[in-house]
Design a protein around this ligand. Structure first.
Ligand SMILES: Cc1cc2nc3c(=O)[nH]c(=O)nc-3n(C[C@H](O)[C@H](O)[C@H](O)COP(=O)(O)O)c2cc1C
Length: 282
């Protein structure tokens, strides 16, 4: 698959909150198992500890007990459950790993919805053994998308303006933060930046910022403090950063390598934090 096709999958993904009441085919069930296994046996960019559990719902759990999602999400066949410690690097690596699975499922026509807030953590902590210091940071509901979205699906999409993204000039910069970018000539960098811009993020807050330099891209977070901070006892926006890193990797493949040396550039405000550098073709 070339970069343009990979970007198409990233653009095709959207949050699905109403699913067909139909189990995954055995092939898709097998694929999901192997993706979970792959994630649990490999490491992310920061090599931090994180793991994924998988719950397939019975019809009773799904329809009558409305396990996990307060009934906001309908028809989901199960949940992927992301577990890690409440620290930046594990959260970033968890976001990265879970989004890789989201993209693989999107390619197969399987819909997903990330959830950090609108689910009952207790419904999962009853079933999953957590080690000291671990938490369920996020879950992903999955299933085949319904052709007609539910009312909640429609309302949630409207509330988060889910079809919209900030313009390039608010997200991307060249060499320093006083030079906003509106376009680039290099097609690989263009696809990289667009893949970040199209990423899902909690409440569509889009905290990722990218600074393009001669050899690649420095990635930063511009934290939305009121949203991110201690609502669930951890900074949820680190998950968004892991998602952006998964998109950049999907586009760049073997041409990109991560390093983590803060270039020490002056940032526009104190909410900025350096996350990582993607070195391209070096
Ligand atoms: C880390 C994260 C947490 C999210 N939490 C929720 C949630 O709790 N409930 C929900 O309905 N959607 C949740 N979403 C989905 C976002 O609202 C959605 O990705 C965003 O509005 C952009 O819309 P799109 O995914 O359709 O492109 C979350 C997304 C991310 C990445």
């Amino acid at each position: 698959m070339n970069e343009g096709e990979k970007l198409d999958i990233i653009k095709r993904r959207r949050s699905v909150r109403s699913f067909e009441n139909k189990p995954l085919t055995p092939e898709h069930g097998g694929l999901l198992d192997s993706l979970v296994e792959r994630m649990n046996s490999t490491q992310g960019p920061f090599k931090a500890e994180r793991r994924l559990d998988h719950i397939i719902l019975t019809a009773l759990e799904r329809d009558r007990l409305k396990v996990g999602s307060y009934g906001f999400i309908t028809g989901q066949q199960g949940f992927l459950i992301g577990i890690c410690k409440r620290k930046p690097r594990p959260l970033i690596d968890l976001g990265h790993a879970m989004e890789q699975i989201v993209l693989d499922l999107t390619l197969e026509g399987i819909g997903t919805c990330w959830m950090v807030s609108s689910f009952k953590r207790s419904a999962f902590t009853d079933r999953i053994e957590l080690k000291e210091g671990e938490l369920i940071a996020a879950i992903i509901a999955y299933g085949y998308p319904r052709s007609r979205p539910s009312l909640y699906d429609w309302v949630a999409s409207r509330m988060t303006k889910s079809g919209t993204r900030l313009p390039w000039k608010s997200l991307f910069f060249k060499d320093d933060f006083s030079t906003p970018l509106t376009e680039v000539e290099d097609i690989c960098i263009d696809h990289c930046l667009e893949s970040v811009r199209m990423a899902p993020s909690g409440e569509n807050k889009q905290p990722w910022r990218a600074l393009v330099f001669e050899k690649g891209i420095h990635l930063y977070i511009e934290r939305v403090t009121a949203y991110a901070s201690e609502r669930h006892g951890f900074d949820m926006q680190y998950l968004d950063m892991g998602i952006a890193m998964a998109h950049l990797e999907a586009i760049c493949g073997e041409d990109g390598t991560w390093t983590f040396d803060d270039p020490g550039l002056k940032t526009p405000n104190q909410e900025y934090e350096y996350i990582a550098t993607l070195n391209i073709g070096t």
